[in-house]
Structures are given as structure tokens and as C-alpha cells.
Design a protein around this ligand. Structure first.
Ligand SMILES: *Cc1c(COP(=O)(O)O)cnc(C)c1O
Length: 219
């Protein structure tokens, strides 16, 4: 199946209002262009260098989402053009995004990545840490970033019950935080190639799909 056919198949399963981030990490620019020509405008990358290189080569109306762990010293590489940073998991990173966005005279959308999975290694805030951070009010002083919602990666398991538990947990966190941020807090980013149909049941508004569009990655 072509990229175009796969995109069409996936889009047909998404309810209205759910956005599809085509995760193009490790795939060459020509493949991204193939998806672009099939109408896709929203792409996700997890390495700043790779994203910056692709952004330079590819059409300017592409929206780039940073979905992978971001080191503070790499923020400036993407700040001029990134449309959303989905993997914001520390106060240091928030401070740096605010600073770099201000330099570029931009407002950058962010998602708070929350750790709900079983694996110790998964990135993201511990929910208790996040609640404590939010009570400091530090975020309220930042005028160059806008918190759009939350993101998580579910436990990597064949046990669907565990995946459902993770999605329920993040959905509850999303509902808990919503009143604090207001109307622009509208994004629940859950669901990848293997679990996005389940994520939709839990109210996902943004799925991040790589393999099911582009095929397996060669690392
Ligand atoms: C790679 C990646 C995806 C896409 O994974 P697939 O299984 O290829 O769909 C989604 N979200 C994040 C954060 C990723 O790093």
C-alpha cells in the first residue's frame, strides 16, 4: 500500500476534530513529501536536528511537532519554526522554551507530557510533581508559550487492559487540569500506530502515527 492509501485509511477512522500527526522520524524527506502530496500537513519528529533539516528542505506550510525528549540546549534550534512541542516534561525546559520563543517573538504551543506507563524509563512528569509545579504559578508568568493540553505514551504491552488503564489515567488528568487553563487547553494527545483506535475511545484529540503510515523505521 502507498503512503497515500495508508493515510486515507487512517483518516477514515478518525472522528471529526481529531488531528493526525504523521510521525516521520527516521524517514527521509522524500517520504514526507509523498505524505504532503497526499494532503498531510502535520508531521512529528523526535530529534531537533532532523526536524530542522527537514523543515528547511520541505514546503513551508508544514506544521512541525516535536514529540521526543528535548534537551534544553536544543530548543533554540527549533524555536523559530516549531508549531507545537508535545514532550514538555520539566520546569527547566519550560523556562528555556519561554526564553527562546520570546527571542523569536513567537508564542509556542506546548503539551505537558505526563508519565503514566509502567516502564520506569518513559519520560514525562510524575503527576504529583506536575501538580506541585502548577501550584507555584511559574507558568502564569510566561507569555510566549501556551499550554494546549497533555500527552502520554501508554505502556508498551500486548495487554490491552493495561493500555486502557493508562489512557483512562491520562484522560482523568486532562479533565482535572482543564479548568486551570481554560478554553485553549483542548488537546489530549494519545494513540500511536498500535493503540490509536483504543485511544479514540478515551477521547484522544490528536493521534501520533508513524509506522502505520510510513512503514517500519530503519534506525
Ligand atoms: C515514534 C513515536 C510515535 C509513533 O510511533 P508508531 O508506533 O510508529 O506509530 C508516537 N509518539 C511518540 C512520542 C513517538 O516517539
Amino acid at each position: 500500500m502507498s503512503i497515500k492509501q495508508r493515510l486515507e485509511q487512517i483518516r477514515a477512522t478518525l472522528p471529526e476534530g481529531v488531528s493526525l500527526v504523521a510521525v516521520s522520524k527516521f524517514h527521509p524527506a522524500e517520504r514526507v513529501l509523498e505524505a504532503y502530496e497526499a494532503g498531510q500537513r502535520l508531521f512529528g519528529e523526535n530529534r531537533p536536528q532532523e526536524m530542522a533539516a527537514k523543515a528547511q528542505q520541505l514546503p513551508k506550510d508544514i506544521e512541525w511537532h516535536m514529540i521526543g525528549h528535548l534537551q534544553t540546549n536544543k530548543v533554540k534550534m527549533i524555536a523559530p519554526f516549531v508549531s507545537l512541542i508535545a514532550s514538555v516534561d520539566s520546569d527547566r525546559l519550560i523556562v528555556e522554551i519561554e526564553k527562546q520563543a520570546a527571542k523569536c517573538e513567537r508564542v509556542i504551543d506546548i503539551l505537558l507530557e505526563v508519565h503514566v506507563a509502567d516502564e520506569e524509563t518513559k519520560s514525562g512528569w510524575d503527576i504529583e510533581e506536575l501538580r506541585a509545579y502548577l501550584t507555584t504559578g511559574a507558568l502564569d508568568a510566561m507569555s510566549h508559550l501556551r499550554v494546549r493540553g497533555v500527552m502520554t505514551i501508554a505502556t508498551n504491552t500486548d495487554d490491552e487492559a493495561v493500555v486502557r488503564r493508562d489512557f483512562q489515567t491520562i484522560k482523568d488528568i486532562f479533565e482535572e487540569l482543564k479548568p486551570r487553563f481554560g478554553n485553549h487547553f483542548d488537546t489530549l494527545s494519545i494513540g500511536m500506530s498500535d493503540d490509536y483506535p483504543i485511544a479514540l475511545e478515551y477521547g484522544s484529540t490528536m493521534v501520533r502515527v508513524g509506522t502505520a503510515i510510513f512503514g517500519a523505521r530503519e534506525y
